[in-house]
Design a protein. Structure first.
Length: 304
């Protein structure tokens, strides 16, 4: 049987938070979500419930959530929350799946969400206690390296960091390469170590393309047995609190490769590419992410 890969689109969250303008029209976001779903995307991390002062681009999280929950009740949708306030806002709107973010790097955790590791762990426990029916994924930011502290070579650092979260009931962790510093050998040793220490822990991955390794790193994770991979339409994104971070792996590139390799993504490459091009036109000049870089020959070939 063909192996299924869940491609999780994070563009309207991770991509749009880096768009260089304070607001993106909500209608445009909803239109892009519609187009993504039309192309076959079934898994969406579509916004964040964060301070509008920190990320003004996502200040319409409630509106977008209402739309998504009403229009696509069957889809796997979730939003990022940095704290109890964000989790409460999501829960009150009926969203029962969120991503709670913490950085392996102490300094990045402070820069990103203004918390110590201890405060972050307590925050996670608090949310779990308050909303026991909420599915909380842990986004482990800077899992492979940090803009302030450099690269983490020893997988035991991640294993020991996650222990408290596992003890508190963690079921799913997304390993995020916030600054695109990971390499395939590092991924293999980390995934192996985590599988060995926490066989029940489900892993997802989120790679950035800073050094052009987003694709090879994602494929390495897939080869290691990980079925859930994240990417952003048009390769938008990067962390606004990680100096030098560049775009995410682009969804259209990833889907093209996976479909060509015979994996079952359930996503139409040509529709996705159309949406990526339309998005680029709509917000051109307002973001610093990479340009759509699929060669037109390849696109034409697949479109016809
Ligand atoms: N949603 C909306 N507003 C929030 C909020 C949330 N989840 N959490 C805090 N706020 C508001 C507070 O009400 C306060 O508003 P005020 O200044 O009008 O009184 C302000 O944000 C600061 O709150 P405080 O609790 O002191 O938090 P902080 O200054 O330590 O900031 C964060 C912490 C996490 C709320 C903020 O840094 C943030 O939202 N960062 C975004 C992180 C992010 O998304 N990074 C990229 C993705 S990994
Ligand atoms: Zn990202």
């Amino acid at each position: 049987m063909t192996r299924k890969i869940e491609v999780i689109e994070v563009g309207t969250r991770d991509g749009f938070q880096s768009v260089n303008c304070s607001t993106i029209p909500t209608d445009l976001k909803l239109h892009i979500i519609d187009e993504l779903v039309g192309a076959g995307i079934k898994h969406l991390e579509y916004t964040s419930f964060v301070s509008p002062k920190a990320i003004p681009q996502l200040a319409d999280a409630a509106e977008v959530t209402n739309y998504v929950l009403e229009r696509y009740p069957e889809l796997d949708v979730f939003a990022l929350v940095p704290n109890m306030r964000g989790a409460s806002s999501a829960y009150e709107l009926g969203l029962k799946k969120v991503v709670y973010v913490v950085s392996l790097s102490k300094s990045h955790n402070k820069a990103n969400i203004n918390r110590t590791h201890e405060e972050s762990l307590n925050g996670y426990k608090e949310i779990k206690k308050a909303y026991s029916d909420m599915n909380i994924i842990l986004d482990l930011a800077t899992a492979f390296g940090c803009p302030f502290e450099g690269k983490y070579q020893d997988p035991r650092q991640v294993v020991s960091f996650l222990k408290d979260y596992i003890d508190a009931g963690l079921k799913t962790c997304c390993l995020c390469d916030t600054i695109g510093i990971a390499d395939p050998m590092q991924i293999k040793s980390l995934v192996r170590a985590l599988n060995q220490s926490y066989p029940g822990l489900e892993l997802m991955v989120h790679f950035h393309d800073t050094r052009g390794l987003g694709m090879v790193n994602t494929l390495t994770a897939i080869d290691m047995g990980i079925d859930r991979v994240q990417s952003a339409l048009g390769g938008l994104g990067g962390c606004p609190f990680a100096p030098g971070a560049s775009g995410n792996l682009s969804t259209e590139d990833l889907v093209w490769m996976l479909n060509e390799m015979g994996y079952d993504t359930g996503i139409s490459f040509s529709r996705l590419l159309q949406t990526a091009k339309a998005q680029e036109i709509q917000i051109k000049g307002q973001y610093s992410g990479h340009q759509i870089h699929i060669k037109s020959g390849v696109a034409k070939q697949t479109e016809c």
